[in-house]
Design a binder for this molecule. Structure first.
Ligand SMILES: [Zn+2]
Ligand SMILES: [Zn+2]
Length: 327
């Protein structure tokens, strides 16, 4: 093999690496992209789940007819058949101990996926709760607790958050607005934790099981697929709270340093009229869930709602979704 051939091989290898790697938003100028795809955002997110429970035991179960594969450096174990119906994991000396049927092993970390990518699976914290997920799971051991990280499609994450954050009878246009806000936060926040980009509590955004495809949360997510809020051409991690207390606050008013979008003091007529319901307004920055619900009830669509709470922003499609004109 001559040097030219080797150089070409290296080049083609590099080309592949560049092609598959996630492209960070900040590294890309907007000028090279068309109006409908102005930048690229990651279409996958990682979420540290169930950390609130500090689980010292977790059970991983497959869905019926959807076996999943557990991988360690040495073993490949199929979960979901009669030999191994579900896996029981616990932390032991910095490793993860793994039991499934008669099989036992331990490893620094164990990953779970299905042959065709994202698998539906359930995680159970014995005696506490069981939650469904769709994605790839990785489990490692922290100090006396298991660290479970789910890598999932960003749209799965948006639907799982919208379903957890909002009641099912929320007006649909307000739900669509929440889906855009949630997606913007996921697309533009970067790594918020050492273990994963996000956690599943209100510290980041509350995330539960993916809702059924027919649910309002899933339909609101699909209706706004790939849409994010942008300011000066870039998506930003849009903030929201249950209630703004009457007027939303700027970052400066809330004592935060400005990183990108400064936020504006926006009057929220619903919270003005119902101050008693704004008793625990939280930070009161950006999108107001109660105010948005009232605007939707009055006939406003999600674009009008977002324009109200996020002045001077634009809704744009990311690169990861279809470039259709949203409705
Ligand atoms: Zn968090
Ligand atoms: Zn409000």
């Amino acid at each position: 093999m001559n040097l030219v051939r080797i150089a070409m091989l290296i080049l083609s290898f590099c080309g592949e690496v560049f092609a598959v790697g996630p492209i960070s938003t900040s590294a890309i100028g907007s000028s090279q992209y068309s109006q409908s795809s102005l930048y690229s955002t990651p279409d996958r997110v990682t979420v540290h789940v169930l950390g609130l429970f500090h689980p010292n035991e977790l059970v991983v179960s497959a869905e019926a007819n959807h076996p999943i594969v557990a991988l360690t450096a040495r073993h490949k174990i199929i979960i979901g058949d009669s030999l191994c119906p579900h896996a029981i994991l616990s932390p032991i000396g910095g490793h993860v101990s793994f039991r499934c049927g008669e099989f036992r092993t331990s490893a620094p970390q164990i990953s779970f996926s299905s042959a065709d990518g994202d698998a539906p699976f359930a995680l159970t914290v014995p005696g506490k709760l069981r939650r469904d997920y769709r994605g790839k799971l990785q489990i490692s051991a922290g100090k006396n607790e298991l660290i479970a990280v789910v890598e999932m499609d960003i749209e799965t994450a948006v639907a799982s958050i919208v379903g957890a954050e909002l009641p099912g009878d929320m007006p649909f246009e307000a739900m669509k607005a929440q889906a855009v806000v949630t997606r913007s936060y996921l697309a533009a926040s970067g790594h918020r934790h050492a273990e994963a980009e996000f956690c599943d509590t209100t510290h980041c955004q509350f995330l539960r099981s993916p809702p059924l495809p027919v649910s309002p949360a899933a339909r609101a997510t699909a209706a706004t697929k790939s849409l994010v809020l942008t300011w000066q051409g870039k998506p930003f991690p849009a903030m929201y709270s249950a209630s703004c207390g009457g007027t939303s606050r700027t970052l400066a008013q809330a004592g935060y340093r400005q990183r990108d979008y400064p936020y504006f003091a926006v009057e929220c007529s619903f919270c003005r009229r119902h101050p008693e319901r704004g008793a625990s307004p939280g930070h009161g920055i950006g999108f107001c869930q109660r105010g948005a619900a009232a605007m939707a009830q009055d006939g406003e669509d999600y674009r009008g709602i977002l324009a109200h709470y996020f002045p001077n922003t634009e809704i744009r499609a990311t690169d990861s979704g279809p470039h259709t004109q949203p409705n």
